[in-house]
Design a protein around this ligand. Structure first.
Ligand code: FAD
Length: 383
C-alpha cells in the first residue's frame, strides 16, 4: 500500500527537475559516452530514486504507480532514465525477500544517496534469454559462498556500490524444475576486490554496459537474498515492477517524439503549406499516439494491480510490449517528419531513436513477452 500522493504535483515536480537539464547536456553525454552523473545526483538528492523504499527506511514509501509516473515524466522531457532505472526496480527483490538485517543495513543508505544499487547481473553469454541455463555457480563453503562465472551486458558497474547477482547453487541436471536451484545474492562490490572484473562493451547507445568476470568471489552467507534455490522466483517478482517501469520510460519517449514531431510538422512548410497537412506525416504520428494511449492504460492497470498485491504478470508484460512498440513507432514517425534533419545530432531525434530501440530487446525481448502471452494466456506451446 503506498502513501497518498498528489500525482499531478508529482508530475510537475519531476518534469521541472528533468527540464533543468537541457538537451545539450544529454547530447554531450552521448557524444562523450559519459555517465550523466549530475543528473543522477540531482534525482537522488530530490529523493525520486528512492520512492519505492518504505518510509521507515528513509524512502518515499510510494508504489509502482507513482514510480512509473516519475520514469515517464523524466523521459518525456528528452532525458533518459536508463542511467539509474535499475535502482528503482532491483529494489523490489530486496524489499520483498531481504532479511530485516539486510534491509536495515542497506535501504536507509540507499535512500540517503550514500549507496547505489544500480547493477543487476542475470544475463550470460551462453544462456541469453533462457535464464535457467546460466552457469555462474555459487558453491557453498563453511561460512558462505564462492562464486565463479561470467555475466554479459551488466550495466552501470562503474557507478554502483551494490550488485544483485543471480547464480546457480544447484546444477540444472540435479533439480526437479529447471527454474529451481538458482539463488539471488546482494554483492557489496566495495569488498569484492579483484574477484569482480568488468570490461565495457561499446554499444549504439550511451549505456554503460559490461562483460563481467567473477573469479572466486567470496560472499558471506548473509549475502543471500531470500531462499536458496528460489532466486528465479524472487527475480520474477521484481520483473513485473521492472516491466511496468520500463513501459513508463517508453511512454515518456513516445510522448517526447510526438510532441517534438507535431510541433515541427506544424511549423515546417514545404510546397507552400505545413508538412503536417499531409496525411503521410500526420497519420503515422496519430497512429503512434493511439498506440501510446493504449499502452498507457495497460501500464496504469498493471501498476494498480501490482500495488494492490494482485497478480500483475500478464498486464505488466503487455504494457512493456505495447509501450516499447509505441515508442519505436513514434521514433520512426518523428524521423520521417524531420526528414533529413532527423539525422542531424543537434535535433536530438537520432539520439532518442537509438535509445528507444533498445527497449524492444532489453531487459526482456518482446518475443519472450509474446511467448508469455501465448503460453500463459492462450494456452499455446511456447516457442
Ligand atoms: C544495452 C543493454 C543493457 C543491458 N543491461 C543488462 C543488465 O544490466 N543486466 C542483465 O542481466 N542483462 C542486461 N542486458 C541483457 C538483455 O536483457 C538481453 O540482451 C536480452 O535479455 C536478450 O538476450 P540476448 O541478447 O542474449 O538474446 P538471445 O537470447 O540470444 O536472443 C536473440 C534473439 O532471439 C530471440 N529468441 C530467443 N529465444 C526465442 C524464443 N524461444 N522464441 C522467440 N524468439 C526467441 C530473442 O527474442 C532475440 O530477438 C542488457 C542488454 C543491452 C543490449
Amino acid at each position: 500500500m503506498s502513501a497518498a500522493v498528489d500525482v499531478s504535483a508529482l508530475r510537475v515536480g519531476v518534469r521541472e527537475l528533468a527540464l533543468s537539464f537541457e538537451q545539450s547536456y544529454w547530447r554531450k553525454c552521448d557524444a562523450d559516452r559519459e555517465y550523466p552523473e549530475q543528473f543522477v545526483q540531482a534525482l537522488t538528492d530530490a529523493g525520486w530514486l528512492s520512492v519505492l523504499i518504505p518510509e521507515e527506511y528513509g524512502g518515499g514509501g510510494l508504489g509502482v504507480t507513482e514510480a512509473s509516473v516519475i520514469m515517464e515524466e523524466i523521459n518525456s522531457t528528452g532525458a533518459s532514465t536508463s542511467a539509474c532505472h535499475a535502482q528503482m526496480y532491483t529494489m523490489g527483490a530486496v524489499l520483498r525477500h531481504g532479511t530485516p538485517e539486510q534491509k536495515q543495513e542497506y535501504l536507509p543508505q540507499i535512500a540517503a544517496g550514500a549507496l547505489r544499487l544500480q547493477a543487476f547481473a542475470v544475463t550470460e553469454p551462453d544462456a541469453g534469454s533462457d535464464t535457467t541455463r546460466i552457469s555462474t555457480f555459487a558453491r557453498r563453503t563453511a561460512d558462505g559462498y564462492v562464486v565463479n562465472g561470467r555475466k554479459m551486458w551488466i550495466s552501470r558497474m562503474q557507478h554502483t556500490d551494490l550488485m544483485l547477482l543471480l547464480a546457480r547453487t544447484t546444477p540444472r541436471d540435479q533439480v526437479e524444475r529447471r527454474t529451481d536451484g538458482l539463488s539471488l545474492f546482494l554483492v557489496d562490490l566495495r569488498q569484492a576486490g579483484g574477484s569482480v572484473r568488468y570490461e565495457p562493451i561499446d554499444t549504439m547507445v550511451n549505456h554503460e554496459t559490461n562483460a563481467v568476470f567473477l573469479d572466486d568471489l567470496e560472499l558471506p552467507a548473509d549475502a543471500l537474498v531470500g531462499i536458496e534455490g528460489k532466486g528465479f522466483r524472487h527475480v520474477l517478482d521484481g520483473m513485473n515492477a521492472e516491466r511496468i517501469l520500463l513501459a513508463s520510460e517508453s511512454i515518456g519517449d513516445a510522448r517526447w517524439f510526438l510532441e517534438k514531431a507535431s510541433a515541427y510538422a506544424r511549423e515546417r512548410e514545404v510546397f507552400g503549406r505545413p508538412i503536417g497537412d499531409n496525411q503521410g506525416i500526420s497519420f503515422p504520428l496519430a497512429r503512434a499516439y493511439a498506440n501510446m494511449h493504449a499502452a498507457t492504460l495497460v501500464r496504469d492497470r498493471a501498476a494498480a494491480l501490482f500495488d494492490a498485491g494482485e497478480p500483475a504478470g500478464t498486464d505488466a508484460n503487455i504494457a512493456k510490449l505495447l509501450a516499447s512498440e509505441a515508442a519505436w513507432e513514434a521514433a520512426n514517425a518523428a524521423m520521417t517528419t524531420f526528414g533529413g534533419y532527423g539525422m542531424a545530432v543537434e535535433y536530438d531525434i537520432e539520439r532518442k531513436f537509438r535509445e528507444s530501440r533498445l527497449y524492444l530487446v532489453a531487459p526482456v525481448s518482446n518475443n519472450l513477452i509474446l511467448n508469455h502471452v501465448a503460453g500463459h494466456v492462450l494456452g499455446l506451446g511456447r516457442s
